[in-house]
Design a protein around this ligand. Structure first.
Ligand code: SF4
Length: 200
């Protein structure tokens, strides 16, 4: 079994409920969506066996790990990776676009936290029903973003619901997120602090 990866690094979580938590970020290659405003490199830069990936993650002085992408729920072998990391005592979070349910990816039931970011442009592909948090990028006009958020709230049971500003060509659209939030009194703002403060 080989995992195709973009990067592994330690940093601070920059968004959502776990903002500020020190974590090892494992970015898997490949995504099943093609958001036009995607800011994430998803091309594989290297491959690693299960054993070498677990060793690499364990080499950081940190026992929190965020499995991200790309889209980690489409990666083969995640059940074994999650089991190995659990054996070593890791707190495990996953960042997903919500297009795979726990039935599709049963290992999701064994992670500690699911941050789901369903995409307005791919609403018909959303399958997840439970998450720790839902984060919607305000990539559409405010009324359209707010309507999507309400539908996602009805479909996905989560502890927290956030709207994030959309970034296009280096410009972060805070005004668009604020306008959507004005229509969503029980949603909160989540900014990508790592971009604003300039950490990775
Ligand atoms: S789901 Fe995320 S990684 Fe995939 S294309 Fe959209 S923004 Fe990029």
């Amino acid at each position: 079994m080989e995992f195709k990866l973009v990067e592994i690094f330690k940093s601070l979580q920059g968004e959502g409920r776990n903002t500020g938590r020190q974590c090892v970020f494992v970015r898997f290659a490949g995504c099943n969506l093609s958001c036009v405003w995607c800011d994430t490199a998803a091309e594989a830069r290297f491959a690693a066996s299960l054993e070498s990936l677990v060793d690499e993650i364990s080499s950081f002085s940190c026992r929190n790990v965020i499995l991200t992408g790309g889209e980690p729920t489409i990666v083969q072998g995640m059940d074994r990776l999650v089991a190995e990391l659990k054996k070593r005592g890791f707190w495990i979070a996953v960042e997903t676009n919500g297009t795979r349910s726990i039935d599709d990816a049963p290992w999701l039931a064994f992670v500690d936290y699911i941050a789901c970011s369903p995409k307005i442009e791919y609403e018909s592909s959303v399958r997840i029903a439970v998450a720790g948090e839902v984060r919607v990028v305000a990539s559409a006009p405010p009324e359209q973003t707010a309507a999507f958020c309400r539908r996602m709230r009805a479909r996905i049971s989560a502890g927290d619901y956030y709207v994030s500003p959309c970034e296009r060509a280096g410009e972060i659209d805070f005004a668009g997120a604020k306008a959507a939030l004005a229509l969503l009194p029980d949603w909160s703002l989540s900014v990508q602090l790592h971009k604003i403060l300039g950490f990775r």
